[in-house]
Design a protein around this ligand. Structure first.
Ligand code: PGA
Length: 247
């Protein structure tokens, strides 16, 4: 069985190289306490080199929170190649906060392709804004996956299911409902990747994960791991989540 995967999405919470390095040192000191968990961190672009330096030869991976769909003369953009060169080995793609700023399904698809071209593992975020009794959330998520994979399979894909209403909220989603959506996502992935690859694809849950609810979410949902925002930017909260991930 694969190790559980926990990805910390720092968003803009951690701002300085000093704070990032301090976090990395503390995480490294405790690394032996969570050998059965894979840990990836997604800091803001500016912190990737400092974090890469501080983590050194550990198994912890660093990634981006998004990447440019463009190449060449585009002010303010960061490409997959630049991420790779700075020390990233994965990239979050299609996070709902970026989609809310105008990233379309098509832009998400291009990012997946660009990430894959540079050998970055793409972490594709999907999730509905709201739920209704008709189950429109299923077709919404299905369309996000279908348009992302329309042009063909992406190697090493990781999928993160993050219902938007549960992000930065008071409570996470109920584990039984997460389980239902994970089964649905796996079925949808099978149409594009084939059953065997879909079965092996890691599907994470994200949305108000904390040390207190992490074990119940993982045990009750069958998720392969967690995508953590707020609680990943505080070392004590993050370590609590890693401890909760032990099988
Ligand atoms: P949250 O964020 O853990 O703060 O809810 C999750 C995410 O946005 O990836």
């Amino acid at each position: 069985m694969k190790k559980r995967l926990v990805i910390g999405n720092w968003k803009m919470y951690i701002e300085s190289p000093e704070a990032a390095k301090k976090f990395a040192q503390a995480l490294k000191r405790k690394a032996h306490a969570h050998p059965s968990v894979e840990v990836w961190l997604a800091p803001s672009f500016t912190l990737i080199p400092a974090l890469a330096g501080a983590l050194g030869r550990t198994k912890l991976k660093i990634g981006g929170q998004g990447l440019s769909v463009r190449e060449g003369a585009h002010t303010g953009e960061v490409s997959a190649r630049m991420l790779k060169g700075a020390g990233a080995s994965f990239c979050i793609v299609g996070h709902s906060e970026r989609r809310a700023m105008g990233e379309s399904n098509e832009a998400v698809r291009i990012q997946l392709v660009r990430a894959a071209q540079e050998g970055l593992v793409p972490v594709l975020c999907v999730g509905e804004l709201e739920r209704d009794s008709q189950g429109a959330h299923f077709s919404f998520v299905e369309e996000q996956i279908a348009s992302a994979l329309r042009a063909g399979p992406v190697p090493k894909l990781v999928v993160a299911y993050e219902p938007i209403w549960a992000i930065g909220a008071l409570q996470a989603m109920v584990p039984a409902d997460i389980e239902e959506m994970i089964i649905f996502i796996r079925k949808t992935l099978a149409q594009f990747l084939g059953r065997e690859t879909a079965d092996k694809t890691r599907i994470l849950y994200g949305g108000s994960v904390e040390g207190e609810n992490a074990a119940a979410i993982l045990d009750g949902s069958g998720a392969s791991g967690l995508l953590v925002g707020r609680a990943s930017a505080d070392i004590d909260s993050f370590l609590k989540i890693l401890i909760a991930c032990k099988k």
